[in-house]
Design a protein around this ligand. Structure first.
Ligand code: SF4
Length: 391
């Protein structure tokens, strides 16, 4: 009886842990398998390194893939270089204006793009990380919990690195108002948690009403703020003060004196994403925002404003966890933990580009209307003025 031919000799015969495969038919096939295994291992290593650099201790479970509808009739084969019809709607939506395609799947941020390994390699990486995590949890420790680095799913502006925000357990349940702000400031102390501490003169914590209706969040202190310890002073700060004053006047004009009284520099709260001045007023790096971001989150929690205005790209992308350009995000409300967030341009940008003032004023008028809505909904017995009173 004739036997099938034996597999040919393999270059892997002498390698420890490498078994011959029955499917090998030729040295070429075997080399292809070796190459593929090498590719998988390389991808796995890159994935683990990437996760480790991002401070992620456990890999997330894969998102379920949406099932593609099966065609009722067999489709002709799609040749190389031809467009897959199933991908057309997604690509078309992703390339358009997000405001016109809000149901389209969000594009994956470029900063978040790790090594493109295979699903198998990702599964192996997850198993390895989970196994290491289980091993680590077996070791009892009485030491206090260190700050946790949390994958935020988004990158701060100006950086292609994945973000991994530090979560400070001590700031997760601060009380509201003055006491909460006091606790946060005390926790920050003479902070040395990121490199921005080296060039600062002083920490710029924030300023304003501890129970504001409206909070403004900027990027970081500049030279004047670093010198005075107060946010938004200098030319940009003066312009912001004028903007807030104009909002109050507009609210009064609309017939909402109670709201107008809340729209002054003293009655709003102003703070930045990072508390120390970046050298040369550069955009804060991802790790700097990751280290400092927990403070502004805790501040906003303590402040509990009715609306937040994000001034510029960095606070917008940080609060909304969205890496889309500011030009696309501004002018429409986002959400931060249930609080409406209006992204708009930074006053420093307006000083350089006065033509953008009209857009910012449009954004701020939407903020006033949102506050009016909340005002109308909140106080019992309050009768909102009719639209006829609005010019
Ligand atoms: S920027 Fe924030 S985290 Fe960095 S040193 Fe200053 S206060 Fe600390």
């Amino acid at each position: 009886m004739a036997h099938p031919p034996s597999p040919t000799a393999s270059s892997t015969d002498g390698l420890p842990g490498v078994q011959r495969l029955d499917v090998v038919r030729s040295p070429g096939d075997e080399q292809a398998i070796v190459d593929e295994l090498h590719s998988v291992v390389t991808g796995l290593r890159a994935r683990l390194t990437w996760l480790k650099q991002g401070g992620i201790d456990a890999a997330p479970a894969p998102s379920p893939r949406p099932a593609r509808p099966r065609p009722s009739a067999p489709s002709p084969p799609v040749g190389v270089g031809k467009l897959d019809p199933a991908a057309v709607p997604v690509r078309a939506a992703a390339s358009g204006d997000p405001r016109a395609s809000q149901n389209a799947p969000p594009r994956e941020p470029e900063y978040d793009a790790g090594p493109r390994d295979t699903d198998d390699a990702a599964a192996i990486a997850r198993a390895a990380v989970e196994s290491a995590s289980r091993m680590a949890t077996r070791t009892p420790s009485a030491a206090p919990k260190p700050p946790v680095r949390k994958a935020t799913g988004d990158a701060p502006a100006g950086s292609s690195r994945p973000s991994s925000e530090v979560v400070y357990p001590e700031l997760q349940a601060v009380p509201s108002g003055t006491e909460g702000l006091r606790i946060i400031r005390e926790f920050i102390g003479d902070c040395r948690r990121c490199n921005l501490c080296h060039g600062r003169n002083q920490i710029v914590f924030g300023d304003g009403n501890p129970t504001p209706w409206l909070a403004f969040v900027g990027e970081g202190p500049g030279a004047d703020e670093d010198r005075t310890g107060l946010p938004f002073v200098g030319a940009a700060g003066e312009l912001l003060s004028k903007m807030i004053k104009a909002m109050g006047e507009h609210a009064l004009k609309l017939g909402f004196p109670e709201l107008a009284a809340q729209l002054s520099r003293e009655q709003v709260y102003i703070a930045n994403v990072v508390k120390c001045r970046p050298p040369g007023n550069r955009v804060p790096e991802a790790d700097e925002i990751a280290a400092c971001g927990g403070f502004i989150r805790a501040q906003l929690t303590a402040l509990s404003p009715r609306v937040i205005v994000a001034l510029g790209r960095t606070p917008t992308q940080f609060l909304l966890a969205n890496s889309a350009p500011l030009g696309r995000l501004r002018g429409q409300f986002g959400d931060w933990q249930g609080v409406p967030v209006m992204p708009t341009y930074h006053p420093a940008y307006l000083l350089r580009t006065p033509s953008a003032k009209a857009q910012v004023w449009d954004d701020l008028k939407l903020v006033i209307l949102r506050l009016v809505e909340q005002l109308s909904a909140s106080p019992p017995g309050f009768v909102p003025p009719s639209h006829e009173r609005n010019p």
